[in-house]
Design a protein around this ligand. Structure first.
Ligand SMILES: [Fe+2]
Length: 259
């Protein structure tokens, strides 16, 4: 039976290489945030895989994919001092290149390697599957990618809800204040994928996050989102706004209909 121990050691060794160099406290704390996010995404993915009844080997691959899904973030932040892909480069593609260069991908058999690299590459696609990018994935590749995508969103819901409740904004580079863009609301209401470049304000990001619930793949993920009250908690930190209210009601009804 495969164990994740060797992969975890590789992950920590890789990350420590950045933290050791991180004399700059801002660099260090941002990288630690990504490391801790990764470890929580691993736990969420594992729990989700168990609830979905995955075979032990698929569970193993899902955990490895979760462990390395954001591996590109460390080099991205060191080089560009930002986690914004449009302002630097796609951290998922960077992650795939790192896994190949560091020999991590070679630690897996050919088929598992293909699943790992596909999950890392596609974990941040705005829409999955995205037929305009490549053919519709199937089988283990799609299963593992979907698990990583759900687990990633769940942890981001957790982190950001806590930040909003502490009066903090989750995203730098967006306008503060009470503004909400009608266009962002309308896109979520039309069940379209909101693109980052459409966002103007921090509240727009929250509206986009409400829309993420429409892109959740598995019922156990939705149960967790529902039980933790993420959608309600996001809504409660938004100003009173008719369209935002409509978004919340529509998304909540869509979630309830799947539970
Ligand atoms: Fe990511």
């Amino acid at each position: 039976m495969c164990t994740t121990d060797g992969f975890r050691r590789r992950f920590f060794r890789y990350v420590e290489g950045f933290l050791d160099r991180g004399v700059d406290p801002a660099l260090r704390s941002n990288l630690e945030l990504k490391r801790d996010h990764t470890l929580r995404v691993c736990e969420i993915a594992k729990e989700l895989g168990l609830r979905l009844g995955l075979l032990p080997h698929d569970l193993f691959v899902a955990e490895i994919a979760a462990l390395f899904h954001d591996i590109g973030r460390f080099d991205q932040y060191r080089r560009y001092r930002t986690f914004s892909d449009p302002d630097s480069e796609d951290h998922a593609k960077l992650g795939v290149a790192i896994l190949k260069a560091e020999g991590v991908a070679d630690m897996l058999e050919k088929e598992d390697r293909a699943v790992l690299l596909a999950a890392v590459r596609d974990h941040n696609l705005p829409r999955y599957p995205d037929a305009s990018v490549r053919k519709t994935p199937a089988g283990r590749e799609a299963l593992v990618t979907r698990i990583v995508r759900d687990a990633d969103k769940i942890d981001i819901y957790e982190i950001t809800c806590n930040m909003y409740e502490d009066g903090l904004s989750a995203i730098t580079g967006l306008a503060s204040g009470n503004g909400i863009s009608e266009r962002v609301c309308r896109e979520v209401l039309a069940k379209k994928t909101v693109m980052w470049r459409t966002l103007v304000t921090g509240n727009d990001f929250k509206i986009m996050q409400l829309g993420w619930a429409l892109d959740i793949n598995f019922v156990p993920s939705l149960q967790r989102i529902y039980e933790k009250g993420y959608l309600r908690r996001i809504k409660e930190t938004l100003p009173v706004h008719r369209l935002a209210e409509e978004v919340y009601e529509m998304v909540s009804a869509a979630v309830r209909s799947r539970l």
